[in-house]
Ligand binder design. Structure first.
Ligand code: PLP
Length: 360
């Protein structure tokens, strides 16, 4: 069996052990003679899986009972629209920080429903830096403040939680959730599409303070209300059962690795090694301001972009896949989520050095 080193930005690499467990259980899950995909989401065995996954996620992230944890569909993109509808009322202002492609998309969706105040926009730096916090134009009575803690495309990560006083902080954590410990109590809401660092596509995790969703969005249909799914254990309608099950296997895998402190150590070490290789060469470059460099997505360019195609072709031939940068940025991008091993980083660095020797 040949597994490649997979640097995909998403859907992304999953731990091999998780895939093997899912494979072993696929046709005869828990002695049922069926797969987990073929049973009712309301059956006792599936409810047990669903509850265990939620309990493990709560344990991993230290999520208190003041928060609802929802297992939804629609992706992080659907949240861009649901958040303003659920967490603010007509006439209220919402604050948003714009640091790259994903926070821009979130802005556009919120602007369709609410009055949005852009507190700061990193456009001037080409989204390679974040305007200093003391220049942000915060609204004192904003319904909430929204930001993206890791811009997956630009490779820019905000490592500290912004201080917004009493205004609840809402964070798109799609590409950094579970990569390190976070203090959930600092947030009004955290959300993430699963396909970066949690599990298969089709599942979206929402962690939201219960008091923020108690009233619900005025005039919203039930299915668009967080409250509805919170009251129904995310089973107001059929949830993405297979993705929920695999996410549960991933949570269990993370626990066995030593939880989020162990993930943080592993991820920081991987990122530092790759940045050191990039910075130590005149052939490769990363444009992001050092305090905001991502641990998860590391874009890099070659001194001569005419070599991009050869780099991609030769790296793929050596089993290093999905290194092409996003079409909006060009160059390369190595996405190195939890499931990407140090061996993958070492193999990438040695390929990069060899490529530089033959082409530099
Ligand atoms: C991938 C990604 C999204 C979009 O997720 P979908 O599940 O495709 O809607 C949003 N935000 C960030 C930070 C992402 O990385």
């Amino acid at each position: 069996m040949a597994r490649v080193f997979n640097f995909s930005a998403g859907p992304a690499a999953l731990p091999l052990e998780v895939l093997e467990t899912a494979q072993a259980e696929l046709t005869d899950w828990q002695g049922s003679g069926m797969s987990v995909m073929e049973v009712s989401h309301r059956s006792k065995p599936f409810i047990a899986v669903a509850e265990q996954a939620e309990a493990d996620l709560r344990e991993l992230m230290g999520i208190s009972d003041e928060y609802a944890v929802l297992f939804l569909q629609g992706g992080a993109t659907q949240q861009f629209a649901l958040i303003p509808m659920n967490l603010s009322a007509a006439g209220q202002t919402v604050d948003q920080l714009v640091t790259g492609a994903w926070s821009k998309k979130a802005l556009k969706q919120a602007q369709a429903v609410r009055n949005v105040n852009v507190v700061a926009d990193g456009a001037e730096s080409g989204y390679c830096d974040v305007p200093a916090a003391d220049t942000w134009k915060l609204t004192p009575d904003a319904a909430y403040f929204h930001y993206c803690s890791n811009e997956t495309i630009g490779g820019l990560e905000i490592h500290d939680v912004p201080d917004t006083g009493k205004v609840p902080v809402v964070c798109d954590m799609s590409s950094t959730i579970l990569s390190r410990p976070v203090d959930v109590n600092r947030f009004g809401m955290i959300y993430a599409g699963a396909q970066k660092n949690i599990g298969p596509a089709g599942l979206t995790i929402v962690i939201v303070r219960k008091d923020l969703i108690a009233e619900g969005g005025a005039g919203l249909p039930d299915i668009l209300q967080y409250r509805t799914q919170a009251d129904a254990g995310s089973m107001s309608n059929t949830p993405p059962t297979f993705a929920w099950y695999v996410a549960g296997l991933v949570f269990d895998w993370i626990k066995r690795q030593g939880g989020l402190p162990a993930m943080a150590k592993h991820n920081q070490a991987k990122a530092e090694k790759l940045y050191a290789a990039i910075d130590g060469s005149d052939f490769y470059a990363n444009p992001v301001a050092i305090p905001y460099r991502s641990w998860m997505n590391i874009p890099f360019t070659l001194a001569n972009p005419e070599l991009d195609a050869a780099f991609l072709q030769q790296s793929a031939a050596e089993g290093l896949t999905n290194l092409k940068g996003h079409r909006s940025v060009g160059g390369m991008r190595a996405s190195i989520y939890n499931a990407v091993s140090m061996d993958a980083i070492d193999a990438l660095i040695s390929f990069m050095q060899e490529f530089e020797r033959s082409n530099g």
